[in-house]
Design a protein around this ligand. Structure first.
Ligand code: PEP
Ligand code: CO
Length: 464
């Protein structure tokens, strides 16, 4: 066996333990939270039959490559930057929104690479983040009660009966838009958009008005100088010319996920080919629930959202169910406790995971524990709380002897006003100006960049 055979067999080894039987539809025998009711079973099946014949969105090679990179992040050799919309919309599947989101993620990763002195693994919450868990099944406005909006893959956000009907056809439209998004992202990246020699491609119109512009430009100049120096010595370095992006979304709408879960030639097992990196949301992490059952049998890396209500034993069992062989790169724990809750809940969960002796990647989502509703009914998040949760996360991991290996953020490249605070001091009064999210408030371009700079100040090279 050559060394490369050894690597190949390690990544393609079948599990040795006898696992409970699993099939792509075994989730159907488990209680399923957060799934919509489809009123026409025939229409649902006919639509899934069409979806079944369409090409997948990603490949098994990419999925296994990502798993390897996540394994390196678990070893402290990479930092994960996972970000994008709370809920993508079909209307936002357009040139500008996709390119702007990519620009922000590229700028943030540049800041992180430079400051952390470590490769950054970029994973978008895009090309399929179309299904949302909700806290109630219905919504009542002025005495009228309708099914709640569950994301564009299920129904529409408008408050009328036709829009709120769970429409199976939306799965075909969501698949097509995911493919268009992926196609454009891949073409941009392959075509030179991510080339480090041209960070000016990623500038957004309002960057120079930002109080952060000076710091960012100084850093870019420093990187350009270093690259020039290295290429003068070594000749052109091709790795500077591209930056890979992987996709992720919450694996929520199981009929859709199942239909895109397939076997591929020369690989054992099943891959969810709707995305590289599905995650299990906080509301669907029940041990005997359908979502955990579904994710158990696919070979993708899996994220689990971990909230303050998670019991130590539940987390330990989730790890056992989802990664019985302790496979490297398989599990990422995305904790989202809130600035006020992280100090209480994260240490006990770190201890619980330590007690299993299993490997995980720890990632902080400082967004979902910090959502609040203002008197006006508008949902927002305060930058100060997001920042505080993230800073505490670094400190708690350091104190515990574990390592925070990434961040999971809701952000956009648009100049929205959804979260308050940040360098430009957005106030509650500003929220009316450009609030576009259909579900949770996102960081805008400037707040996202500020957070990346903050991570570097907290944890970066020379930070003290
Ligand atoms: C989300 O990521 O948009 C989400 C709903 O998260 P959580 O499951 O952590 O609440
Ligand atoms: Co959200």
């Amino acid at each position: 066996m050559t060394p490369s055979d050894a690597v190949a067999s390690r990544t393609s080894l079948r599990p040795v333990r006898a696992a409970r039987p699993w099939s792509a539809d075994s989730w159907k025998t488990h209680p399923a939270a957060q799934l919509p009711h489809y009123d026409d079973a025939g229409e649902l099946q006919a639509t899934l039959d069409k979806l079944d014949k369409l090409p997948p969105l990603v490949t098994s090679w990419e999925i296994l490559a990502l798993k390897q990179l996540l394994a390196e992040a678990q070893e402290g050799k990479r930092f994960l930057l996972q970000g994008g919309d709370c809920a993508e919309t079909f209307a936002d599947c357009n040139n500008e929104v996709i390119a702007n989101r990519l620009k922000v993620l590229l700028q943030m990763s540049l800041v992180l690479v430079h400051g952390l002195r470590m490769p950054v693994l970029r994973v978008g919450r895009f090309a399929g983040q179309y299904a949302k868990p909700r806290s109630a099944d219905t919504e009542t406005i002025d005495g009228v009660t309708l099914p709640v909006y569950r994301g564009e893959l299920v129904n529409g956000p408008e408050f009328n009966a036709a829009a709120r009907r769970a429409d199976p056809q939306r799965m075909l439209r969501g698949h097509a838009r995911s493919a268009m998004t992926m196609n454009f992202v891949r073409a941009l990246v392959d075509g030179g958009f991510a080339d480090l020699h041209h960070p000016e491609y990623w500038n957004l119109a309002w960057v120079d008005r930002s109080p952060l512009a000076g710091e960012y430009h100084r850093m870019v100049d420093g990187i350009s100088g270093a690259m020039h120096f290295m290429e003068t010595l070594a000749g052109p370095i091709t790795t500077f010319q591209r930056a890979d992006f992987y996709t992720s979304h919450e694996a929520l709408l199981l009929p859709y996920e199942q239909t895109l879960t397939r076997q591929v030639p020369r690989q054992w097992g099943w891959f969810n080919l709707s995305t590289h990196f599905p995650w299990i949301g906080m509301r669907t992490a029940a041990l005997d629930g359908a979502h955990v059952e579904f994710c158990r049998g696919i070979r993708n890396p899996i994220g689990i959202k971990v909230g303050p209500s998670m019991h130590a034993s539940q987390l330990q069992e989730l790890i056992e169910i989802l990664n019985p062989e302790d496979e490297p790169g398989r599990l990422t724990l995305i904790h989202r406790m809130g600035a006020g809750g992280i100090g209480q809940h994260l240490p006990r969960l770190i201890d619980a995971v330590k007690a299993t002796g299993r490997r995980v990647l720890w990632v902080c989502d400082p967004m979902h524990g910090n959502t609040e509703k203002l008197g006006s009914g508008v949902k927002t998040r305060r930058f100060a709380n997001i920042r505080s949760e993230l800073e505490q996360a670094f400190d708690i991991h350091t104190a515990a002897g574990t390592r925070l290996g990434g961040v999971h953020l809701e952000l956009t490249g648009e100049d929205v006003t959804e979260c308050v605070g940040g360098a430009s001091g957005l106030s509650e009064a500003d929220l009316g100006r450009a609030y576009k999210s259909t579900v949770d408030p996102r960081l805008n371009y400037e707040q996202s960049l500020e957070l990346a700079m903050l991570i570097v100040r907290k944890q970066g090279f020379g930070a003290g």
